[in-house]
Design a protein around this ligand. Structure first.
Ligand code: SF4
Ligand code: SF4
Length: 296
């Protein structure tokens, strides 16, 4: 089954099944099917790029620990170099690049970042994933670049005021596609086991993040978005959840794209910190109080 067809199918399931059943089914279905698609299709469905690590919304349970981050912006020159390398390794076999964060609209060089992404990935989809808060303040040049680089603006739906009608009308004027869910989704609370006592194979087998949200960061590919951003959790709460050289793959050391695909389908040492079996997927949205219980 093609990944996009699977996602349409999954979306329909979300809308029709009661929340309790989805909670039980989602982790297993998503993880098994997505990983199988990776190995069968020999391509990566999503590569996520954190354009900015901090955010102007600071949601409780944020999976990337953004409420704990003061300020961190992507280095454009380094990103250009990494994209060039990944593009040459993958030969275009990356379906979608997601520019996200934190809140990507806060990066002062976002226009350049979109252009660089399109330069190296001419055939991939590019999604700019935003909470939309500052979209109506973006300059004309932003919308023009979205059009030129064929970037789709995917707005995450949170229960905050957003004039989507106006946003959609501006986007239409510039020929830019947008996406906005009909209703806000529940927030999932990732359950970290700070003692690292989980069975890595079992954690991985229940994980919805495994191989679905691969991250490119500072010359490395991570199969999920947890190890690259755990530094913010560690720094803020004085913990020491360790990331080691087996938790990522260095794009400058691998010789073939297949090595990355193989790496992405397997558990990593860091899985010992994830209690994926007990995760609750539909928590009510609220602003973070930066308490450790939001993540453990
Ligand atoms: S808007 Fe998204 S990135 Fe920002 S804090 Fe909320 S969940 Fe995290
Ligand atoms: S470390 Fe393993 S279990 Fe945890 S989110 Fe990543 S892939 Fe999933």
């Amino acid at each position: 089954m093609d990944y996009n067809i699977f996602m349409i199918f999954a979306e329909k399931l979300y809308k029709t099944l009661p929340a309790g059943i989805i909670e039980k089914l989602q982790p297993k279905i998503m993880s098994v099917v997505s990983r199988r698609l990776h190995t069968v299709e020999k391509s990566i469905n999503y590569i996520d790029i954190n354009v900015v690590d901090h955010c102007n919304l600071k949601c409780k349970y944020c999976a990337n620990f953004c409420p704990l981050v003061n300020e961190k912006f992507l280095d454009v020159a380094e990103f250009d170099k990494d994209c060039e390398r990944l593009s040459s390794l993958s030969n275009g076999k990356i379906k979608t690049i997601r520019l996200l964060g934190g809140e990507p609209l806060l990066h002062p060089s976002l226009i350049e970042i979109m252009a660089v992404t399109r330069k190296h990935f001419p055939l991939s989809g590019i999604d700019l994933v935003t909470n939309g808060i500052v979209l109506l303040k973006m300059p004309m040049a932003f919308w023009t670049q979205c059009n030129q680089s064929v970037v789709r603006v995917a707005i995450s739906h949170y229960p905050i005021h957003l004039n989507y009608t106006k946003i959609k009308s501006i986007a239409k004027e510039y020929g830019v596609k947008t996406e906005y869910g009909k209703k806000p989704r529940g927030m999932y609370k990732w359950l970290l086991d700070i003692n690292g006592c989980q069975d890595i194979k079992e954690s991985h087998s229940y994980c919805i993040r495994a191989a679905q949200c691969a991250v490119l960061q500072e010359g490395k590919i991570y199969a999920c978005s947890l190890p690259p951003w755990i530094r913010y959790f560690n720094d803020y709460f004085g913990k020491d959840l360790k990331v080691n050289g087996f938790d990522y793959i260095d794009i400058y050391k691998v010789k073939k794209f297949e090595e990355i695909l193989e790496f992405m389908g397997k558990p990593i040492p860091f899985c010992r910190y994830c209690n994926t079996k007990e995760i609750v997927y539909s928590n009510a949205w609220e602003i973070s109080k930066k308490e450790i219980t939001e993540w453990i």
